[in-house]
Design a protein around this ligand. Structure first.
Ligand code: ADP
Length: 417
């Protein structure tokens, strides 16, 4: 194993798998910390998907360290800590504390923090993260239900999460290429810096950063910066696949718990195209008016090929539910219900699921239970179909909330044979 990666949510893990696979590596995605019997096989890279983004920081650190030990014991030459390209976190963490713990575990002097993913509109310039044309703090991420991002200056954001000194490798250095970036890392190390936010606005810059990171024991960032890592181990670009692939036969459903602007547009497009949709309100769950049983029955009784269940709502409605129930409780009620629906659908013979939302996908997959997923064709940038490698055969498309074109829920199915 060359790269051992730890992802703080499931959709992010899948996205990273795709990036490494495109770089020519054989990739396996493990769901949760692999147990002693887990067979890493001939994988060049293993991506461990945790659901640690919004855990209390001690738990996130403990799980990340457990994953790191398994990966290092299995021979991983470089660790990669993957988080969201919108740097989803709070002042308590978990990006800073987990990075700190992994620095310690690898004995590394320094790591980089690079969430840039230009293909999806995430760029970092002078330490500031942009989402398309907007600063992170002006983007819809300012209203995320769990990790509202109200500061676009990542040096400041990360420094609030760690006592280790944080610095910046700026655009003027990154532009000059891998040699200049490497020299900046060496200088930062001599200056005692431990975590460096790195500017990047193009894929070529990400490749240069990847080349410069060849000697680092720990790299942290979004999946974008992984574009340059396989080449460090002698792999060359494989072709991404958009060909239909054989998937387990059975009924299909769409489950959406993301409140992102992109997911809400995808829901609107699906409903406009005639897909029947059941909306879930967190307060109805809390007060017993909606149950997983009832929601699952509604889907099972639907005569449509791809019925939709969603809790996604606009920021004002999310805020109202959170004021009544508490932010975490509102999220947990929804996640728990949607996971319960998924299990009931599987038991009723459903085999194909599109799930929207990182936390939501984590809850659904943990409930469905596969320990490992193989990566299939890419529906939209960063979102492939996957198939379970153990347990009931399932085809799963796990979509990070912000990803995918407006017709995602309509076109995803065309890739399944
Ligand atoms: P994304 O990928 O867009 O971040 P996630 O699934 O990771 O989506 O996060 C969305 C969170 O919001 C989940 O915890 C989900 O349960 C919660 N949530 C979903 N719908 C609502 C709602 N109507 N009110 C409050 N919280 C909600």
């Amino acid at each position: 194993m060359f790269i051992g990666a730890i992802a703080d949510d499931l959709t992010g893990a899948t996205d990273l798998c795709l990036m490494l696979a495109r770089g020519g590596m054989r990739v396996v995605q493990a769901i949760g910390v692999p147990d002693a019997s887990f067979d890493f096989g001939a994988a060049d890279a293993v991506v461990v998907a945790l659901k640690s983004r919004t855990l209390p920081k001690a738990d996130a650190v403990a799980q990340s360290l457990a994953a790191a030990r398994r990966l290092l014991d299995a021979g991983a030459r470089q660790l990669f800590f993957k988080y969201c390209s919108t740097f989803d976190s709070t002042d308590e963490g978990n990006i800073g504390p987990v990075s700190e713990a992994l620095l310690e575990a690898t004995g590394a002097a320094l790591t980089i923090a690079c969430p840039a993913f230009p293909a999806n509109g995430r760029t970092v310039y002078r330490g500031h993260l942009f989402v398309g044309d907007l600063l992170l703090s002006d983007s819809p991420m300012k209203d995320h239900p769990l990790t509202p991002m109200r500061d676009a200056n990542l040096v400041r954001v990360l420094q609030r999460q760690t006592a280790l000194p944080v610095g910046l490798v700026g655009h003027e250095t990154v532009e000059k290429g891998a040699g200049a970036i490497r020299a900046a890392l060496d200088k930062a190390e001599a200056d005692g810096l431990r975590m460096l936010v790195v500017d990047a606005v193009t894929d070529d810059q990400l490749r240069a950063i990847g080349t410069a990171a060849a000697g680092l024991k720990l790299v942290t960032g979004g999946s974008g910066v992984a574009i340059g890592l396989p080449a460090n181990f002698g792999f060359s670009q494989g072709a991404g696949s958009h060909r239909p692939f054989p998937a387990p036969a059975g009924r299909a459903a769409i489950i959406a718990g993301s409140c992102s602007a992109a997911t809400r547009r995808q829901i609107a497009a699906a409903r406009a195209a005639g897909i029947p949709a059941l909306k879930i309100d967190p307060q109805d769950i809390a007060e017993g008016r909606m149950t997983a049983e009832a929601a699952a029955r509604w889907i099972i009784e639907s005569d449509h090929a791809t019925p939709l269940i969603f809790s996604s709502d606009d920021p004002a409605e999310v805020a109202r539910a959170q004021a009544a129930l508490g932010r975490m409780r509102a999220g947990e009620l929804v996640e728990h219900l949607l996971a319960g629906v998924a299990v009931r659908l599987r038991d009723a013979g459903f085999r194909r699921f599109v799930v929207a939302g990182g936390e939501t996908s984590g809850a659904v997959v943990n409930a469905l239970g596969p320990a490992a997923l193989a990566i299939g064709p890419e529906i939209d940038p960063g979102v492939p179909w996957t198939v379970s490698l153990d347990g009931a055969p399932l085809a799963l498309a796990l979509k990070s909330g912000n990803f995918g074109a407006d017709d995602f829920f309509l076109k995803a199915w065309e890739l399944l044979q």
